[in-house]
Design a protein around this ligand. Structure first.
Ligand SMILES: C[S@@+](CC[C@H](N)C(=O)[O-])C[C@H]1O[C@@H](n2cnc3c(N)ncnc32)[C@H](O)[C@@H]1O
Length: 279
């Protein structure tokens, strides 16, 4: 016996949650972020909460969850949500969308504004920015990407714009040369996004299920790909109906390959492969 409260003396793999605690984690996560917590996340949840409990010098997971509930403004909410987000993304993911975006940009009046609303670690937003710059003739005013995500750690990484050579493999070589610096010496194996790209992308934390979004601007296109799959249908419908007034007439909504919004709302109609227009 160490004399420490239980959580303080356990190794991380020994942390566990009662059924009630795990159910409460799922409820809090869903209300806060819209994300549905699957049973297979139980060990992850136990480990994460165990580590936080230990770090904060608390005595139990119940005490930790109570603290979260007592302070909706607490920064601890970021740490809590960040653990359960799935940040899988890639440059030029679902490549056909960027051909459609390129054609679309050429039909729009300048400057084109795009909202990338679940930008994760930035690969999608920078791909949109490259497509904007490559297909915009006028130099000024510049096109712009508003890149948001609930995950504050992912947003921090995105802002830095540093990636491994493996991550940028899908970027065609001429675009890689044009928009990225290649690391040398201790930085070889890494690339960094050039200012020309960074200055047209603004990263900001944003929760899609928050009661209000910090923008009443209208966008030519919204990318919301591979994120709605983590939400239940009523949440998806609510978000889609909030997207509609944020699109300019003729604007487009890009969805992920396994997402189908057709039966969720009458606000959008399918226009191409996982691309929607206002109805
Ligand atoms: C699988 S990634 C998709 C990234 C990118 N859109 C793509 O398709 O490559 C899902 C992203 O959704 C974000 N996310 C989950 N819930 C969210 C919410 N309520 N508000 C904003 N972003 C959220 C996660 O943090 C994660 O970065």
């Amino acid at each position: 016996m160490t004399g420490l409260p239980m959580y303080q003396s356990l190794a991380p793999e020994q942390f566990s949650l009662t059924d009630e605690e795990f159910a409460l984690v799922g409820k809090l996560l869903h209300v806060r972020s819209g994300i549905i917590l699957g049973d297979h996340k139980r060990e992850l949840a136990a480990r994460m909460i165990g580590l936080r409990v230990r770090k904060m010098g608390l005595s139990s997971a119940t005490e930790y969850l109570k603290r979260l509930q007592q302070d909706p403004q607490s920064e601890e909410w970021d740490a809590f949500v960040n653990v359960f987000t799935i940040n899988h993304t890639a440059f030029f993911r679902e490549r056909h969308h960027f051909g459609i975006l390129a054609d679309f940009i050429r039909t729009r009046s300048n400057p084109v504004h795009v909202w990338c609303c679940a930008a994760s670690t930035g690969e999608e937003a920078y791909t949109i920015a490259i497509t904007l710059l490559e297909n915009t003739v006028a130099k000024e005013p510049k096109p712009w990407v508003w890149a948001t995500d609930i995950d504050t750690q992912a947003i921090e990484k995105a802002r830095k714009g540093i990636y491994t050579l493996e991550r940028v493999q899908p970027v065609p070589e001429p675009l890689l040369k044009k928009y990225f610096y290649r690391g040398k010496g201790s930085k070889s194996g890494l690339v960094r996004v050039k200012p020309v790209l960074q200055e047209i992308v603004e990263f900001e934390p944003l929760n899609l299920v928050a009661p209000s979004w910090p923008s009443n601007q209208k966008f030519d296109a919204i990318f919301c790909r591979n994120t709605m799959i983590y939400f239940d249908k009523p949440t998806q419908t609510r978000i889609l109906e909030r997207f509609a007034p944020m699109l300019k007439p003729g604007g487009l909504l890009f969805a992920g390959h396994s997402e189908n919004f057709t039966y969720l709302t009458k606000a959008f109609r399918l226009r191409g492969q996982t691309v929607y227009a206002l109805a």
